[in-house]
Ligand binder design. Structure first.
Ligand code: UDX
Length: 437
């Protein structure tokens, strides 16, 4: 199958490489010349485990090329739209200008029978609006909404072996001609039993936002329990273990800590609320406002706890922040709770040093006023308090006995509840978790 992938950001670059891995002939198209030149040399413009190796492997086969000109899409039958839908500036809604621009520049190159497959996360109703644009330009092309559920840090395996495929087609019928074509595209994972659900456009669009809202709600639920545990002197990690054994609840996404961030969950729940308001169904999603508020409260709580650890004042205290990425195995700092806490501590008078195995250059672009140090040993030297805010393996396995000799005062705030509190205390540290006694 000849495939074009429009938009080579996180989603598109991974999708293009994975489609070539599945045996298709793929062209990745993006207006960003630098990004295309990096990808053409098999370099990933961001850190994602396994991606660079995959880019090298498939480029050697000649099945993956990149271009900045949309005319490169002409020879393809399936066109995946993978552009970003960020939060609008100063508003909760999603900015669809990249999707609209991609479709407008793609339609002149469409042939009868082509498939335009939207993968970006969009507000419900977008596919039906875009169908009209398509019908006018090329009435014999089809629009499918095929949301992507990949997680950063696992993007390659999530794309090659997803939990499920969702095809949103006009009318929602299995007999729609687009279904067979997309089945060919995903032939390999489908043959190994990956479930595939066909539905109408609005349902497919809602599947993605509903899934992300559920995950965000689960995290905020356990963080609300952490607030309660702190008030009652209970331990939220044991509570999560106990309720998570019930498989109706499940233990995954019940890790209390500094809350969720990244390029998806925060903006997706906000765009979902904004869209519900436009549809006159805002009441249905008012709970997401609380989910967002609980999440943001975590950041303030950590700043307060850091102040408590530093005997009531942050002024002039040397604080080392372990982790800048919004989660481990990623260099993404978009809406990173770790970085936002680091910036807040600095604003309140602390002398903050941030370290991270992969995200420092992205962090420095976003918060140039913070001090960055790539080596953990240097970052923690003479610290008055350590804050573990992104649970990279190398921070989980830090040796409290060794570390105590470097710091100025042995105090640690475990923002992800991943350290063995007893072990750290036994080594002489003042340990604070979140929602733990
Ligand atoms: C998310 C969805 O998981 C994915 O399906 C969708 O396609 C895109 O958005 P991602 O943003 O990569 O993926 O990160 P995810 O692994 O979901 O984590 C999101 C945030 O929640 C991170 O900041 C993480 O640290 C936090 N988190 C996760 C918790 O605080 N507690 C948990 O138990 C789990």
């Amino acid at each position: 199958m000849r495939i074009s992938v429009i938009g080579c950001g996180y989603l598109g670059a991974v999708h293009a490489a994975c489609m070539a891995k599945l045996g298709h002939e793929v062209v990745g198209i993006d207006v960003d010349k630098d990004k295309i030149s990096e990808l053409s040399s098999a370099r990933a413009p961001f850190f994602e485990p396994g991606l660079e190796e995959l880019l090298k492997e498939v480029q050697e086969t000649g099945r993956l090329t990149f271009a900045t000109d949309m005319a490169a899409a002409t020879r393809s039958t399936v066109h995946f739209v993978c552009v970003g839908t960020p939060q609008k500036k100063g508003e909760n809604g999603a900015d669809l200008s990249f999707v609209d621009a991609a479709i407008a520049s793609l339609v002149p190159h469409l042939a009868p029978g082509d498939l335009v497959v939207g993968k970006s996360t969009v507000p419900v109703g977008t596919a039906s609006r875009l169908s009209e644009v398509l019908a006018e330009a090329q009435p014999e092309a089809h629009l499918v909404w095929n949301p992507e559920f990949l997680r950063e840090g696992h993007a390659v395996s999530d794309t090659l072996n997803p939990d499920r495929f969702v095809y949103g087609v006009a009318g929602g019928s299995e007999d729609h001609p687009a279904v067979a074509i997309l089945d060919d595209v995903y032939g390999t994972p489908l043959s190994s039993g990956t479930p595939r659900l066909v539905m109408d456009h609005p349902t497919a669009e809602l599947v993605k936002t509903a899934a992300n809202s559920f995950l965000a709600t689960k995290i905020s639920f356990i963080n609300a329990m952490a607030e309660l545990c702190e008030a009652a002197g209970a331990d939220v990690t044991r509570l999560a273990d106990a309720i998570g054994i019930d498989d109706r609840i499940g233990r995954k996404f019940l890790n209390a800590g500094i809350g969720f961030g990244g390029g998806c969950l925060p903006k997706d729940i906000r765009a979902f609320m904004a869209r519900a308001g436009e549809l006159g169904a805002d009441q249905a999603l008012t709970f997401l406002r609380e989910v967002d508020a609980i999440n943001m409260r975590r950041r303030t709580r950590v700043v307060e706890l850091a102040r408590e650890l530093c005997q009531g004042s942050l002024l002039g205290k040397r604080i080392s922040v372990l982790g800048a990425a919004f989660k481990p195995a990623s260099d993404d700092v978009r809406d990173s709770p770790a970085l936002s806490i680091a910036a807040q501590l600095q604003l309140q008078g602390a002398v903050v040093t941030v370290t991270d195995p992969k995200a420092l250059s992205n962090a420095a672009k976003r918060f140039p006023e913070l001090h960055y140090e790539s080596e953990t040993s240097k970052a923690v030297a003479k610290a008055d308090a350590l804050l573990l805010l992104t649970e990279w393996d190398e921070y989980r396995s830090l040796d409290p006995y060794e570390l105590i000799t470097s710091v100025s005062a042995p105090r640690i705030l475990d923002g992800r509840n991943v350290l063995d509190a007893a072990k750290w205390r036994a080594a002489g540290w003042q340990y604070r978790g979140l929602g733990r006694p």
